[in-house]
Design a protein around this ligand. Sequence first.
Ligand code: TXD
Length: 312
Amino acid sequence: MSEQKRKKIALIGAGNIGGSMAYLACAKELGDVVLFDVVEDMPQGKALDLRHAAPVLGSSSNVTGTNDYADISGSDVCIVTAGLARKPGMSRDDLLATNAKIMKSVAQGIKENAPEAFVIIVSNPLDAMVTLCQRETGFPSERVVGMAGVLDSARYRSFLAEEVGVSPVVIDAFVLGGHGDTMVPIRSHTTVGGIPITHFIKPERLDEIEQRVRKAGGEVVALLKTGSAFYSPATAALEMAESFLKDQKKVLPCAALLNGEYGYEGIYIGVPTVIGGKGVERIIEIELNDEEKKALAVSAEAVKSLITSLPE
Ligand code: TXD
């Protein structure tokens, strides 16, 4: 009998998003979960609470919490949310200096204890943090990816579904580029049950909706006042992790390291990727119209200038 091994999911950062991911991973039985955080005892408390939920959830996942990186050993996937979240009035880029220091320590911990893991970065500013993590771990770029496009596309899909009066499930949409105000909703590939979105919504109204997508994170921050969105980022990151763990080969918009695709070299930006058991298995180059190409160029420039402010 071949030895059946449970998957192991390490959540580096056990805050709002980390805790939400732990709950969802447990409910979906994606594997055993280890919550890591620097706050003494907090991950252990969340893990204990989740173990209490397991019988009612009907989950056999084992959830543990730790302040010791050694406990992430053998993880198949590491999902990183370690870092500060935005407060009202802050931009994602305002988090750069603090979160870069944190990301360096996280990358070290993963490199030493889970050297074979697929790494999904969530911490902001996303495009800079995923770049830094890949540099610091030295892992091949197909094993280090950023989560932003799945969330931004979900926000686009949610707003379009409200506007058209249909289920968000039947909306297919991509948001590409950097995870910031320059992100690029790809209208030309957006459909409602396969029907182009322009059949339902006029261009000027689409402009308004797409601008709301760019500001959607800030809209949640302004309402919450004490932190940023966590249910939707947690769900988005787990869709990427599940596609890896089950080798689903889903086509998902993720921050991947480009090696000439879309005319860019050596930068992480959101592009359509195939996520399977080997991580980022393919980057898909879709046809963009002139407006989308220009917007992607602006977004790539914004990411490049963010990367230049990363500490050496
Ligand atoms: O789409 C996206 N990528 C974004 C990402 C969507 C929403 C939120 N985005 C960012 O995720 C947000 O701006 C933050 O940078 C991260 C995490 O957001 P979250 O809401 O989970 O923040 P919390 O609740 O503050 O949790 C962060 C945890 C907290 O428990 C800290 O103690 C811990 O990170 N932390 C650390 N863990 C490990 N190692 C170190 N050094 C460390 N420092 C802090």
